[in-house]
Design a protein around this ligand. Structure first.
Ligand SMILES: Cc1ncc(COP(=O)(O)O)c(C=O)c1O
Length: 465
C-alpha cells in the first residue's frame, strides 16, 4: 500500500518548493498520522515535527480542544460567503484578535493564507493614499532577505533572490534596504553582543552596543524619496525564510520612528512570529511598537486550517467608510474569507492559549532551547548559532573563519534534511541554514532530545563532506 501511494504521488502530484526529480529514486516521506510533537509514517516510525509543519502547529497535532471546536462547527456551518453575510465564529474571532493586539488595531480583515494577509495590507495602504489624494505615495520599502509570500505582489517585496527567480519581470518596483543580518553585517560591522540586546522581561530600553549603521541606507532613501513611499513591510525580530535572522528590538524601534516621522505606514508581517513564536504573543510587544497593519496567519488556527487576518486601525478603516457612490470600497476578497471551520479552529487555539497558559509556560522551554542550542558552536562547520523564543538556527559554512559558504551544488542543507529523517527529525533547511521551530508545547526533555539528534545529524553530514 505504502509503495503504491508513493508511486501514485509521483504520477499525480506536484509539490511546492520541491524539485520533483529529487524523488525519482527516493520516496517522499508518507505521513500517516500525527500526535503531539510527532509525525508518524505508515510503518509507525515517528519523527519530531521540529518545524511545526511549516511553522504553524503551535500546540501540537491532534489537540482535543481544537479538534472538538472544528467538529462542533462542522455540524453547524462549514462555509458561507463573507461579502454581505457574517457568522458568529468570525465575529468572536475578530473580537478576540482586537482584544489581544494593541488598542489602536481595531478592524480585522480576514483572508486565507500569509501571502494574502500581506497582499491585503499592501493594497489597503495603496488605496488609502488614493482616497486621501496622496497618490504620489505609491511605493513600498522592504528588507533584503525579507519574505512575505509567493504572490506577485508579495514577491515584489521579497528579498530572497531564489524565490524571486525568473519572476522578477512580473514584479512591481519597490525599494529594498539592507537586512539587520548581524552575522553577515551589511555594513561590515561586528555583531552586537547579545547581552546588550533588550531583555523582554524588563520592558523596552536601549543598551545595544551597535549604532545600527544598517539603517543609513533607509535614512538616505527617506531624504531623497520619502514622499513617494506609502508603506514599509518587515518581519519583526525574526526574519524567517530569509535564513532565520534574529535582530534586536532596537532596530525595530528606530525604523518605526523613522517611518512615523515620514508618514509611512508600518506593516508588520507576523505570519511566522505571531502566536508565541518569539516568546510573546506577538513580536511587536517586545519593541513596544504599534504598526498600521498587522498580518497574521499560520499559528492563527493553531495550524489546523488555513486562515489569515490583516488587522488595521480606525484611521485606515474610516478613510474607506463612505457612501458607495464615492468609490471607496475595498474590492478584495477570497472565496474562503473567514471560513467558519477556520474561525472555529482559531477560537479553539485561543482557548488552548488561555486554559493551558501557553505563554506563561514558555520561558523554561525557551531557556532549554536557547541554552541548549549553544552546543552547536563547537561543531566544525557551524558558522553562526542564533535564535529567539522557540526558534533556533545553525548557519552551516565551508569555513568558519572567513564565513565562506559551501558550494551550492553540495546541497548541504538538503543532506542534513535526509540524514535528519534517518534520525527521526524533520530538519527542513533554508539553503544551508538548519533550524528548529518546534511546537510551543515541546517540553525541555524533548527539546534536549531534538538538540542531541540534531547535533548527531550535523556531525554525520560533516564527516561525509
Ligand atoms: C513571514 C512570512 N510571511 C508570509 C508567509 C507566506 O505565508 P503563506 O505560505 O501562508 O502564503 C510566510 C510563509 O512562510 C512567512 O514566513
Amino acid at each position: 500500500m505504502k509503495k503504491i501511494l508513493q508511486q501514485k504521488d509521483r504520477d499525480f502530484i506536484w509539490h511546492p518548493y520541491t524539485q520533483m526529480k529529487d524523488f525519482e529514486q527516493r520516496d517522499l516521506l508518507l505521513v500517516d498520522r500525527a500526535e503531539g510533537i510527532f509525525l508518524y509514517d505508515h510503518e509507525g516510525r515517528r519523527y519530531y515535527d521540529t518545524i511545526s509543519s511549516w511553522w504553524c502547529v503551535m500546540h501540537g497535532h491532534n489537540h482535543p480542544v481544537i479538534k472538538e471546536a472544528v467538529k462542533k462547527q462542522l455540524d453547524r456551518l462549514e462555509q458561507v460567503h463573507f461579502a454581505a453575510t457574517t457568522h458568529e465564529g468570525a465575529i468572536r474571532l475578530g473580537e478576540y484578535l482586537v482584544s489581544i493586539t494593541p488598542p489602536v488595531l481595531s478592524k480585522v480583515f480576514f483572508s486565507d493564507n500569509g501571502s494574502t494577509a500581506n497582499e491585503v495590507a499592501l493594497k489597503m495602504s495603496f488605496q488609502y493614499r488614493i482616497i486621501k489624494g496622496d497618490e504620489q505615495r505609491s511605493r513600498f520599502v522592504s528588507l533584503e532577505r525579507g519574505y512575505h509570500g509567493d504572490t506577485i505582489g508579495t514577491i515584489s517585496l521579497g528579498g530572497v533572490p531564489a524565490f524571486e527567480g525568473p519572476f522578477k519581470p512580473l514584479t512591481f518596483d519597490s525599494y529594498r534596504i539592507p537586512a539587520p543580518y548581524c552575522y553577515r553585517c551589511p555594513m561590515g560591522c561586528e555583531a552586537p553582543s547579545k547581552s546588550t540586546w533588550d531583555d523582554v522581561s524588563q520592558g523596552p530600553f536601549s543598551t545595544l552596543n551597535c549604532s545600527l549603521e544598517c539603517l543609513n541606507p533607509f535614512r538616505k532613501l527617506l531624504a531623497e524619496k520619502g514622499g513617494s513611499i506609502t508603506a514599509l513591510i518587515l518581519e519583526p525580530l525574526l526574519m524567517g525564510a530569509g535564513g532565520i535572522i534574529v535582530y534586536p528590538a532596537e532596530y525595530l524601534r528606530e525604523i518605526a520612528a523613522m517611518c512615523r516621522q515620514h508618514d509611512i505606514h508600518l506593516i508588520f508581517d507576523e505570519v511566522a512570529t505571531g502566536f508565541g513564536r518569539t516568546g510573546t504573543m506577538f513580536a511587536l510587544e517586545q519593541a513596544g511598537i504599534v504598526p498600521d497593519f498587522l498580518c497574521l496567519s499560520k499559528g492563527l488556527t493553531g495550524g489546523y486550517l488555513p486562515l489569515a487576518a490583516t488587522i488595521t486601525t480606525d484611521e485606515i478603516y474610516n478613510a474607506y467608510y463612505a457612501d458607495y457612490a464615492e468609490g471607496r470600497t475595498f474590492f478584495h476578497g477570497h472565496t474562503f474569507t473567514a471560513n467558519p471551520l477556520g474561525c472555529a479552529a482559531a477560537l479553539g487555539s485561543a482557548k488552548v492559549f488561555a486554559e493551558e497558559e501557553v505563554l506563561n509556560k514558555l520561558p523554561y522551554k525557551i531557556t532549554a532551547l536557547q541554552k541548549g542550542k549553544e552546543r552547536m558552536t563547537e561543531l566544525p562547520h557551524v558558522g553562526d548559532v542564533r535564535g529567539t523564543g522557540m526558534a533556533a538556527a545553525f548557519e552551516l559554512v565551508r569555513d568558519r573563519k572567513t564565513k565562506a559558504p559551501f558550494e551550492s551544488d553540495l546541497r548541504v542543507g538538503w543532506q542534513v534534511y535526509l540524514q535528519g529523517l534517518e534520525n527521526g527529525l524533520i530538519l527542513r533547511p533554508l539553503g544551508d541554514v538548519t533550524y528548529l521551530f518546534p511546537p510551543l508545547c515541546t517540553e525541555p526533555d524533548a527539546i534536549e532530545d531534538i538538540l542531541q539528534k540534531t547535533e548527531k545529524t550535523l556531525r554525520q553530514v560533516f564527516e561525509r563532506l
